[in-house]
Design a binder for this molecule. Structure first.
Ligand code: HEC
Ligand code: HEC
Ligand code: HEC
Length: 480
């Protein structure tokens, strides 16, 4: 039986929304979960939800959001290009057949929840003409349920989990070896540039430079990289590594810089032999490699395995935001709480979500305005096209791996361009490019204060006050 939604259901929704608004300060990791799943009574069975959702997507969304959605050029002309913008924009923002290698299911759920909560979809300019496309409360509940199921853990935010102590001496030794290699200049042709040169743990895991300085070029000056260096803190949480996603994981990533002519100076796979030959002259390292890797000895493979094991430990839990998520209401100031609410209301959390506030999807940087136009000087030369540089697929042009926003107050300058020094300006630019909204200066400031609450701790010390001494690892391993 297809029950007509009664007026009471609308009242219920309003009441639920009001209740949520009233405890606005209490928004926690379950902000999304707490939203009205009860808007349809009796609760939808999974089978019914699935059937309703499928119908809604086919009839009310697919016209714009299916991969092969098209529009009539003739009618588009009479709509002053609106149809084209709708279809092209829709395909970029959200597809009904997502590529899960480029986006965690959680992100899809959050995006769906966001448009349902804000009633953004179908766009008003469309549903005012196609009246039947408006969503009923039943449609809304069915879509929420369906997407919640596909989301791995359908929560907006989650605290960062601290790393567990190494279980065995062997594990501890592997991490310690990774630590030594991470700080070892011998991975570069000049013997001077280490991972830590560009990912300094006392600088939020970055170099705080617009473009990183690699080994010297022919003129004797450091060569500059093409994009800004992201932090190695919490990089373990990234769906793939690099702005363009060209490395699947930390191990594959760690093989990149040594063989990058601009960064550490070597250039081909065979050059690993030159690096291992240098390391093989160091008896302490040789012994450690033998202990950790046995017969596998020193090679590109074992070097990158050890570095990745060390990077897995570079997580920064216990930020004020983490403490808030765990129930300490006083961990955030009222301004920061207001900032968090705006962060959710403006849809920032549809991309910057999960434990690291980002890192789990690739997204276009020119949806409502082009980030490069707003963030770069006029003489800026476009050098990076994001995911397309890796996949060579034209539709991936301008899609970048969303950076994580943990410790973001420490990682200036911002964006892949490294061209924005102030966090507040970066926030303001994001609002223009990713939301298109106009907001007050106070809102921008509040969000910035909220992001400042993302500074966590490494080895129990605040990441903004780490000294070189603090980031030293001791060899708490049974020496071979
Ligand atoms: C007339 C075309 C059109 C229809 C129909 C349409 N959308 Fe959209 N959709 C868009 C456009 C354009 C965008 C990107 C701009 C924006 O976010 O406002 C978008 C964006 C989205 C996003 C991403 C929002 C974000 O913040 O990242 C989701 C999710 C979405 N739509 C879901 C839906 C659902 C569900 C339906 C059906 C109920 C639907 N859309 C129907 C045009 C459409
Ligand atoms: C000369 C500076 C430089 C050196 C040396 C360097 N990196 Fe990087 N690193 C960068 C830059 C720049 C990027 C971004 C490049 C890109 O996305 O195309 C990056 C990206 C990364 C990422 C990806 C982070 C993310 O969010 O996607 C990780 C992890 C990383 N580097 C670890 C390392 C390790 C481990 C080493 C040593 C083996 C190292 N880096 C050496 C500059 C450097
Ligand atoms: C549609 C996905 C999406 C949404 C929504 C979004 N962002 Fe971003 N954000 C990105 C991407 C992608 C980048 C990287 C852009 C680049 O460097 O080219 C980014 C970068 C940033 C940065 C710079 C981080 C760094 O380390 O360089 C900040 C700060 C930021 N976003 C904050 C926000 C805020 C605040 C909002 C809400 C107004 C928001 N974002 C909404 C995808 C998104």
């Amino acid at each position: 039986m297809n029950k007509k939604p009664s007026i009471w259901k609308y009242v219920l929704i309003l009441a639920a929304t009001g209740a949520v608004a009233a405890v606005g300060g209490k928004i926690s990791q379950c902000i999304v979960d707490s939203m009205h799943e009860s808007s349809v009574t009796p609760p939808l069975s999974p089978a019914k939800a699935d059937a309703v959702a499928k119908q809604v997507l086919d009839l009310k969304c697919a016209a714009c959001h299916s991969q092969n959605a098209t529009y009539s050029k003739f009618l588009n002309f009479f709509s002053f290009g609106l149809m084209r913008n709708h279809v092209e924009g829709a395909k970029r923002a959200f597809t009904l057949t997502p590529d899960n290698s480029l986006r965690s299911g959680n992100v899809d759920y959050l995006k769906m929840d966001y448009v349902l909560r804000t009633r953004r979809m179908p766009p008003a300019s469309y549903s005012s003409v196609h009246l039947g496309s408006r969503l009923t409360p039943l449609d809304v509940s069915a879509l929420r349920l369906k997407y919640k199921e596909s989301g791995a853990a359908a929560r907006t935010f989650a605290p960062i989990s601290p790393v567990s102590e190494p279980g065995t001496d062997l594990e501890a030794a592997r991490i310690y070896l990774g630590y030594l290699l991470y700080h070892d200049g011998r991975l570069s042709t000049s013997d001077q540039v280490s991972c830590a040169s560009c990912h300094d743990l006392t600088r939020g895991g970055t170099d705080n430079l617009p473009k990183s300085e690699g080994v010297p070029g022919v003129d004797g000056l450091p060569q500059l990289g093409g994009v800004n260096a992201p932090s190695t803190f919490n990089a373990a949480g990234n769906i793939r590594q690099f702005w363009d996603g060209r490395a699947a994981d930390l191990k594959e990533q760690a093989g990149g810089p040594p063989l990058n002519p601009v960064e550490m100076g070597y250039s081909c796979i065979a050059d690993w032999d030159r690096i291992t030959a240098k390391l093989a002259q160091d008896p302490q390292l040789v012994a450690l490699f033998a202990y950790v890797f046995g017969d596998r000895g020193i090679s590109g493979d074992t070097i990158t395995t050890a570095i990745a094991a060390y990077e897995q430990t570079l997580v920064t839990p216990d930020s004020p935001f983490d403490r808030y998520l765990k129930g300490d209401d006083k961990a955030l100031t009222d301004t920061q709480k207001a900032g968090m609410k705006s962060f959710v209301d403006l849809g920032c959390a549809t991309c910057h979500s999960g434990p690291t506030l980002g890192g789990i999807s690739f997204e276009y940087i020119n949806t409502h305005a082009d980030l490069r136009t707003l963030a770069t000087p006029e003489d800026y030369q476009e050098g990076a096209f994001g995911l397309r540089d890796f996949t060579k697929k034209e539709e991936h042009k301008d899609m970048f791996r969303v950076p994580n926003l943990r410790n973001v107050a420490l990682t200036a300058p911002y964006f892949h361009t490294g061209s924005v020094n102030s966090l507040q300006e970066a926030v303001s630019i994001m609002i223009k490019t990713q939301n298109g909204a106009t907001v007050s200066d106070a809102t921008v400031k509040n969000i910035t204060r909220f992001l400042e609450a993302q500074t966590g701790k490494l080895y129990g010390k605040p990441a903004n006050a780490l000294t070189p001494e603090d980031v030293k690892l001791n060899p708490q391993v049974t020496q071979p």
